[in-house]
Write a protein that binds this ligand. Structure first.
Ligand SMILES: [Cu+2]
Length: 186
């Protein structure tokens, strides 16, 4: 493998390790899961968590009795299950958080949301730990090109490559697979 290929593989593996170490999995309600039994306060449950972009939310429940509907804030407040954004019914639904802000979920079975089976997942823009992350790197404002003189290509290219690699980490993972499995097939 040429040096540049090794460098790419190393960078991708570093990014993969970084993402794995930072992505958390949150099971809604913890051991109580997603239910109306026991009057679980999902607001209280959510308040103890630090939700981040890249985390996974899991709803575990008996699919005979419950479901999961992603709804708007208004529908969440009024327990309106008539036109959900998405409905999940497997009994073990996982949702990967891809953007910050509020994510509202209710159970669509009549009476359940009113009984408290509703949760507001508020995903913070910046982690409380304030460590530099790929997310914050992507979120940093990019000045409009018209106001900024174009940097010379020699200085600019390494920075753009790193930023691009973070932004398209999924693509980079595909590249890693390609590089690793290429010798096996050809
Ligand atoms: Cu329910």
């Amino acid at each position: 493998m040429a040096f540049t290929e090794k460098a790419v593989v190393f960078l991708v593996m570093m990014m993969a390790a970084f993402q794995i170490s930072h992505a958390a999995v949150h099971k809604v309600g913890d051991s109580s899961a997603w239910t109306i039994i026991g009057n679980i306060d999902y607001r209280k449950w959510a308040a103890t968590k630090n939700f981040q972009v890249g985390d996974t939310i899991i709803f575990e429940y008996n699919a005979k009795f419950h479901n999961v509907m992603r709804v708007t804030h208004a529908m969440y407040k009024s327990c309106n299950a008539s036109s959900p954004l998405t409905t999940m019914t497997t009994g073990n639904d996982s949702i990967k958080i891809t953007n910050h802000g509020h994510h509202f979920f209710i159970c669509g079975v009549p009476g359940h949301c009113q009984a408290g089976q509703k949760v507001d997942i508020n995903v913070m823009k910046v982690s409380a730990a304030a460590a530099p992350t790929p997310t914050s790197a992507m979120a940093s404002p990019v000045p409009p090109a018209a106001n900024v003189p174009a940097p010379s290509p020699n200085n600019a290219s390494p920075f753009i490559v790193v930023k691009g690699a973070f932004a398209f980490s999924a693509l980079a993972m595909a590249l890693l697979h390609f590089l690793l499995f290429l010798p096996l097939h050809y």
